[in-house]
Every structure is written in C-alpha cells, then in structure tokens.
Write a protein that binds this ligand. Structure first.
Ligand SMILES: [Zn+2]
Length: 150
C-alpha cells in the first residue's frame, strides 16, 4: 500500500497504514510511525459524513491539550466482538444524558441510532465515549428541533 510515507528509521517507503488503528508500521524494520495519521483519517471520515462536524470539534479540542487520550481510547482487541458491549454502554450513557436533559425515550432512540451510525463508520475510534454520547444527543436535539445547550 503506497501512502507516500517514509520510515524515519530505515528510510523504507514500504509503509503499511492501518486506518482502523490509526497508525502506520514500516514493513521493513517494524517501527511504528506517528505522522498524525489519526487526525488525517478522522478528517477524511468526517468529510464523508456531514453530520459529524460537531464530533470533530470535540476531538481537536482534545488533541491540542498536552498528551492525547488516543492511547487510552485505542483498546487493543476492541473490534467487532465488543460492538454489542459498546452499543449497550452507549445506550446507558445516552439515556443518562437524555434523562438529565429531560428528553423523552424517542430522543434516546434517535441518539442511539446516531451512535450506531458513527460506530459503523469508525467515527468513535480515538474518541472519549462521553464526547460521543454528548455529540449524539446534540445531533438529536438539532434534528428534532429541541432547544438544548450542552
Ligand atoms: Zn523502517
């Protein structure tokens, strides 16, 4: 896979990029390259999905302040198997937020659907769950025309 990247360690152009994990590895010497690949991928995904603008702002706010939280969010082995767990946790988190905002069950369902969409597009990668929930509820309020400020 030609990505135009060059290994800083051995100079090889044979770099394997893993968008799901947000990193790139030199296939020759095995060193991991950190070329802000996460940011590049996230921007690409957001362009493909207009509704995610708000989510992107949360992330850039995060990544500016010192050590990023990406490491904590990128759980090893967090793949398809944990999808159900992720969705269940998301539903709880979203329901919590909606209760605080006195939103009804319909809003919880809508917000959960947004989260599912984001999950299917890997938009949740590298993001804090709480930010994802807030963003989903925010989108719901916007689409439902409910006046709420988060
Ligand atoms: Zn190398």
């Amino acid at each position: 896979m030609s990505s135009g990247r060059k290994c800083k360690n051995c100079g090889s152009l044979d770099i394997e990029v893993d968008p799901a994990r947000g990193d790139a590895v030199c296939t020759k010497c095995g060193s991991v390259l950190e070329d802000n690949i996460i940011v590049a991928e996230v921007q690409f995904e957001e362009n493909a999905h207009g509704a995610s603008n708000a989510i992107g702002q949360f992330v850039s706010a995060d990544s500016k302040g010192g050590p990023t939280n990406f490491g904590a969010s990128f759980h090893v082995g967090m793949g398809i198997e944990s999808r159900e767990v992720t969705l269940r946790k998301a539903r709880n988190g979203i329901a919590n937020l909606c209760n605080q905002l006195r939103l009804n069950q319909h809003c919880i369902d809508t917000a959960c659907n947004f989260f599912k969409m984001a999950l299917a597009r890997n938009l949740t990668r590298g993001r804090r769950n709480t930010h994802m929930y807030a963003a989903c509820v925010y989108i719901t309020c916007r689409t439902e025309g409910t006046p709420r400020i988060l």
